[in-house]
Design a protein around this ligand. Sequence first.
Ligand SMILES: [Zn+2]
Length: 532
Amino acid sequence: MLRELRDYSRMAAGIVGMQRAVYPSDAVKFVRDGLDKREEAFLQTAEKVIFQNPNHPYLHMFRLAGCEFQDFAGQVRSDGLERTLLRFYEGGIYLTHDEWKGKTPIVRSGVEIPSRVEDFRNPLTEGWLQNSSSGSTGKPIRSSRSTAALIHAAAYHGLRALEFGDPGCVWIDVKGILPSPSGLNSVLRGRRCGTPIDRWFTAGSAFADHGHYLLLTRAMVTIGNCFGAGAPYPEYLPYNDFLPVAEYVARRRAEGRTCVIHGFASPLVRIAAAALEKGLDISHAIFMCGGEALSPAKRKVFESAGARAFSSYVISEVGNVGAACSQMAGSCVHLFEDAIAAIGIRRPGVDDDDPEMRSLHFTTLAPYAPNVFINVEMDDDGIIGPAPCDCIYARSGFRRQIDRINSFAKANPQGATFHRNDLVDVIEQILPLRLGGSPGDYQLMECEAANGQTQVRLLVSPRAGVGDTARVREVFLTVMRPRWNGAVATREWIFSEGVEVVIAEPIATRTGKVHPVRLLSAYSRTEATNGR
Ligand SMILES: [Zn+2]
């Protein structure tokens, strides 16, 4: 409680600072300048944070690889950043996702390197807009963004407005309230970016459970508005009903206005599906989808409604990774190389049915990145290559793209993120203990319904003898509740709709293995490979 009080006092002060801050008047120039300075910015941060800290885990890795700062800087300047990062990776300078989170020890050249999650936080920046992701044993890992980082994100939003917006377009957010920070950030910066947010819709929430977040969100918007933000307050949608958004978009369409709607992919699909069902005209609407892969099934629903959909790619611990331009389809984005460097490392699939993947490893470059990362694996794969388009992003200097982005070890239903390894404990140990049966009797499958919704199906073998599926569902949701990203109320609400319990034998892979958790990405990658 005290911690929350302190966090939200800082947030209030941060909001005032954001309204007084100077925003980039020319987003293109802002990112071009950043691209020119990316290598020097990275070297300066690495020198201060890693090479001047004798206990830093990365310094141990560099020493074991026989690399001092002068070698490091010389290589970056002569060979370029990405080539040097690949060489560092081969020399053992990287972190797997589990190593970063402290779930597995970091061992290089037979030496164990002591490390904690906090060691990788950026000490040069003080953030105030907090986000959290699930950590080991479900304890959330917090990362926060500073005013400088938010101004940088506003420049990216400026590029998006140039690429997609026209002066008459209507910006709509379908995002959660606090403790999720994304909706609040978006509405508060809208007017300053020249894209005032017209409406902020959010999935309903029970006041009894989450009342203080409703009040806090309202208070933070009010503070921003006192300093000129001109932001809308969140409007709560009826339970499990996205029709009001579809109706609003259709009304604006009838006035000849184009709507740009931003949110997680699954809820946005529901808006397009509601329009289709009720015969509403939302043609020309643009849906900006984050949080989940924009799969072919989801895209089909948007296109059937006459709308278009594009991806954005954000990892809260890394920052804004990229965004799609109007010429990109599916899970493809321009890589924001002014603040991030990414390399793809070939590795075998996680699942037996899963083909080889190109695991993305990220390096943060900006002095205000939430963490100082060199080659950190975030358990996403994708194909990095030149962007063949001519768009505002390419003209600003973002000439590379990541295509076919997919999480290989995380389930992303409705924009929530669950790490496979955290789910394995639930499926193999906790459920058999509470409900009966043994490990192997339960299997969690991430899957996609025909309407494009990402869902979770829990298979329970008849051997477990649980009988009542309603009780299994209740126990599963109770166990999962503390593992939600920082207990985000609205996501919990949406996600619980998408859990289905089926009494059936768990499904084996081609080699006969039964994995406790099977993710959507494993199938989609298999299909993509087989279809090639
Ligand atoms: Zn482009």
